[in-house]
Design a binder for this molecule. Structure first.
Ligand SMILES: [Zn+2]
Length: 258
């Protein structure tokens, strides 16, 4: 009888350890800045319980904001995304929003920043447009609101591999209003002439180089055309970084910042 009891206790101990380990696994020390979480007893996944507040946003530095996105992408690629109580997050953010980052990315259905950075309601501003162009007045204005007015600490311009807009520019496609949009990629096309092989959409290395150079050009344009952002950068209040999202791996590679 006693032995049976001991075996049962041992089984409970093992099950409890596995449960803790499961949630513990997702808090890999190097990637665990999300501290407002608890463990879900059913899924054994970490649960994001709270949203960004004025206080939490104020405490986040631009560098920390970058780390938070890197950690989110690590969770995304390692299948450890946080379980979120969206109903509670909607309720908590009803009175105001305090996002820590602004991300502009392509409209491609596979490149949602909220997904690839594993973020919740009220965490990041997101602008999406084919080719992720950042130098339009409307987009620069949105960026200025996000940072100067709403307090976001980080601006990310995110391109991606196999981008349809880059392919269109590589083939010099003409189609209605799209032609005008694609002419904005011309400087990136011109900067990619050193890529080996044929210079059309069949050469993925060429297409990805165009997308990459477009991100670099966009960052330059932001710094040149937005006095507001330029000043925030100079004062150390905001960081602007480029990134490339890999459609095959789900990984975001951040470009070197200067
Ligand atoms: Zn694209």
């Amino acid at each position: 009888m006693k032995k049976k009891f001991e075996i049962r206790n041992f089984a409970v101990l093992v099950a409890t350890s596995l449960l803790l380990f499961s949630c513990g696994q997702s808090s890999n020390k190097q990637h665990s800045s999300v501290d407002s979480t608890k463990c879900d007893s059913v899924s054994h996944k970490k649960v994001a319980t709270v949203t960004q507040t004025k206080e939490s946003q104020t405490s986040i530095t631009p560098q920390k904001a970058l780390e938070m996105l890197k950690e989110g992408n690590f969770r995304f690629t390692s299948n450890q995304v946080l379980k979120r109580d969206f109903k509670s997050q909607v309720h908590q953010t009803a009175e105001g929003q305090f996002p820590f980052a602004f991300v502009i990315s392509c409209m491609d259905s596979r490149t949602s920043a909220v997904h690839v950075f594993d973020q919740g309601i009220g965490d990041i501003f997101e602008v999406r447009i084919a080719g992720n162009f950042s130098d339009d007045t409307e987009i620069l204005g949105s960026m200025e609101y996000a940072t100067q007015v709403a307090g976001a600490k980080l601006i990310v311009v995110m391109g991606h591999t196999h981008c349809g807009a880059a392919k269109g520019a590589a083939d010099n496609v003409k189609l209605g209003n799209l032609s005008q949009l694609l002419t904005k990629l011309k400087p990136a096309v011109d900067a990619s002439t050193n890529v080996k092989g044929e210079h059309n959409s069949h050469n993925s290395e060429y297409v990805d180089a165009i997308a990459h150079n477009n991100v670099i050009n966009s960052i330059k344009a932001i710094k040149e055309k937005s006095k507001v952002v330029k000043e925030l950068i100079a004062n150390g209040k905001v960081l602007v970084v480029g990134a490339m999202y890999n459609l095959e791996t789900g990984k975001v590679e951040f470009l070197e910042t200067k």
